[in-house]
Design a protein around this ligand. Structure first.
Ligand SMILES: NC(=O)c1ccc[n+]([C@@H]2O[C@H](COP(=O)([O-])OP(=O)(O)OC[C@H]3O[C@@H](n4cnc5c(N)ncnc54)[C@H](OP(=O)(O)O)[C@@H]3O)[C@@H](O)[C@H]2O)c1
Length: 360
């Protein structure tokens, strides 16, 4: 989902030579699971990865992708998407296959079109090895979904700031107790916990007495927990791949001291009081029919709060976004809100962001 691009803000333009180098380096260094999904890079990611895994790389990894449940309109649709995905990824089987982004509406679709029976069928036919789901809703629904099928695993949003968000820690513990392997997405809040980290956070992290980057600090909190089976790390440069492999190669489970845990709590408080909108730049909301660069506007909105950088955010807003694509052009069609994994009230938040950023 986070491959490097040849053209900024155009996810279809994967920088293939760079991305292939990253993938091959990762696999040659022992990374053995690749996550993917139908909509990533506006539907170009699966095809690219299929190409990149030629030359013997496919059999060295657990290949994972996800059924776009929100697109299902009939009982035949799951098979149609599944077969297209097999072709795109140039494979006969998926090691892991997930129902993507389950929430109230998509869970209804799963029941309506008997998608769980479809999972049984492809499992019995040997076309998938492990069935799972990714989740973006509240804890009670998470428990219901966990209990509804013989899942091998699930994928939840978790990091030290969002520990009670959606499934959260309670969901992690619940699924683990029920025998599911738990994979984690957005461990760095989409990069927000690793890049452009405010000085106040850097100072707190230094109080741990460990020499570590903010990315390591965030990943360590997850690696420390026995219930976490796998941390999916989105990486957009080879340096990030190298750094994360180096870090993951150390022993982490059960090593956090009570003093360190207290520091995570302080950093969490710092972020929570300064985050204006919980956007992780995943891009699921795009494209917007009005051409509004939603996640970029939310980034400027957050930066204004996080770094006391209001003037700079206002300047970027006026220079980099054409007047016809600014937040006040939102018509509140709410198509993006349906797709947002964070369930952000995008229309209202755009209005607030415009009120702040358009002032001079
Ligand atoms: N986000 C979702 O809603 C979602 C949903 C379903 C599945 N997933 C899957 O879960 C994966 C993980 O989620 P995520 O991509 O949001 O993960 P993440 O780790 O929270 O964010 C990835 C971003 O973190 C930054 N980063 C990674 N390693 C770094 C390092 N060592 N130093 C500095 N910065 C670093 C990069 O940001 P820069 O690019 O800014 O450098 C990278 O693009 C996704 O790639 C996708 O496969 C995500």
């Amino acid at each position: 989902m986070r491959f490097p691009l040849t053209r900024e803000n155009d996810p279809t333009k994967i920088d293939e030579p760079k991305a292939i180098k990253m993938l091959h380096y990762a696999i040659d260094s022992g990374i053995n699971l690749l996550d993917n999904a139908w909509p990533y890079h506006r539907e170009t990611s699966e095809k690219f990865v299929g190409k990149a895994l030629k030359g013997g790389y496919r059999k060295k990894v657990y290949l994972s992708t996800k059924l776009p449940v929100w697109l299902i309109k009939s009982r035949e649709d799951p098979r149609k998407y599944f077969n297209t995905q097999l072709k795109r990824l140039q494979t006969d089987t998926f090691d892991l296959y997930l129902l993507h982004a389950l929430r109230k509406t998509s869970w209804k679709t799963v029941k309506e079109f008997d998608v769980l029976a479809f999972l049984d069928e492809v499992k019995a036919a040997g076309k998938i090895r492990f069935a799972g789901f990714s989740f973006h809703d509240e804890l009670p629904l998470f428990k219901e979904v966990v209990d509804a099928y013989k899942w091998a695993f699930c994928l939840i949003h978790l990091n030290y700031v969002d520990d009670d968000f959606q499934a959260g820690i309670k969901g992690l513990e619940y699924a683990h107790k029920k025998g599911l392997a738990v994979m984690i997405m957005e461990p760095l809040r989409g990069g927000k916990l690793a890049n452009k980290v405010p000085d106040g956070v850097v100072n707190l992290i230094s109080q741990t007495g460990r020499v570590q980057t903010p990315a390591e600090f965030a990943l360590r909190w997850l690696y420390n927990r026995a219930e976490v089976s796998c941390v999916l790390s989105g990486m957009s440069t080879l340096e990030q791949v190298k750094a994360n492999i180096r870090f993951a190669s150390k022993e982490h489970m059960g090593t956090l001291t009570p003093e360190e845990s207290a520091i995570y709590e302080k950093v969490k408080k710092f972020y929570r009081t300064r985050t204006a909108v919980n956007c992780t730049q995943c891009g699921y909301c795009m494209p917007c029919a009005q051409g509004i660069p939603i996640s970029f506007i939310f980034e400027l909105f957050n930066d204004a709060h996080m770094y006391d950088a209001l003037e700079n955010s206002r300047w970027m807003y006026s220079v980099f976004i054409k007047s016809g694509n600014r937040a006040d052009k939102c018509i509140a069609c709410r198509e993006c809100e349906e797709k947002c994994p964070q369930k952000i009230l995008i229309a209202e938040t755009l209005e607030k962001a415009h009120a702040l950023l358009a002032e001079s």
